[in-house]
Ligand binder design. Structure first.
Ligand SMILES: Nc1ncnc2c1ncn2[C@@H]1O[C@H](COP(=O)(O)OP(=O)(O)OP(=O)(O)O)[C@@H](O)[C@H]1O
Ligand SMILES: Nc1nc2c(c(=O)[nH]1)N=C(CO)CN2
Length: 214
């Protein structure tokens, strides 16, 4: 980890000191992973393995995966593979965001179109009970509570999970995109590991807007 002072983002609103402070004891955090370009299953495997190997991060648990219909963004992008990871960390929130961004960069994430297709997206859904309205790190994640592609995998991992005090089960029950979230069965998950066939249930169109250059 670099020695950058994460409490002071280079630009933007005033820093929130709590986001730069390491906790006295490890904190429970939740990350959401999504991928719909290249080889999503291998990408998610690699991201979970990388997280598990990092210092200051322990107790990494990965949810079952979901094949999900894209929510928002340009039409025609492939279905996503989504997964939620819970962990404990004594990194500061900014440092955990930096880990998320580093994972995205390792998988050549490019940001060209909002909610466009991507090789890997890693969002910080929650960091303990920290709340932040900083645009570079809003906690809990500002759209997590309405996203079944986050809530359902999280629920499959932890039936008692809560988000900002509300049971994730209650949030998932009313999330509009729930019909587009299909649990990937373990056998299929295992069969596909090591192949690039995770596939979109709908084929990607070559001219789909928002595709990232390879
Ligand atoms: N909790 C958070 N987790 C990850 N990024 C966040 C969070 N809060 C704010 N951001 C900021 O959001 C910006 C856009 O992130 P990104 O490109 O990953 O968005 P997205 O995944 O396409 O869309 P969405 O934010 O709706 O999930 C980044 O600059 C990042 O710093
Ligand atoms: N199904 C699905 N849709 C999305 C996803 C995602 O991970 N899965 N991520 C988005 C921006 O983070 C926007 N839309």
């Amino acid at each position: 980890m670099s020695t950058v002072d994460w409490s002071h983002p280079a630009e933007g609103p005033a820093p929130i000191p709590e986001l730069g402070a390491r906790p006295d004891a490890p904190v429970a955090a939740v990350l959401a992973l999504g991928a719909n370009l290249r080889e999503p299953a291998q990408t998610l495997d690699a991201a979970v393995a990388a997280l598990s190997a990092l210092p200051h991060i322990t107790d990494v648990r990965a949810s079952p995966r979901a094949v999900t219909t894209p929510v928002g963004g340009p039409p025609g992008q492939p279905d996503y593979l989504n997964q939620v990871v819970t962990l404990r960390t004594d990194l500061a929130p900014w440092e955990l965001l930096a880990v998320a961004h580093r994972l995205e960069q390792d998988h050549h994430r490019r940001r060209e179109v909002r909610w466009g297709a991507r090789t890997l997206d890693v969002d910080v859904i929650a960091y303990g009970d920290v709340r932040s309205d900083h645009p570079d790190l809003t906690l809990p994640h500002p759209r997590a509570a309405e996203r079944a592609f986050v809530l359902l995998p999280w629920l499959w991992l932890d039936a008692d999970a809560t988000l900002a005090g509300t049971p994730v089960a209650d949030l998932a029950a009313v999330a509009a995109d729930a019909p587009g979230v299909r649990r990937q069965e373990p056998e299929r998950h295992r069969l596909l590991a090591g192949t690039d066939d995770v596939a979109p249930l709908r084929p990607a169109r070559p001219d789909a807007l928002g595709r990232e250059a390879t």
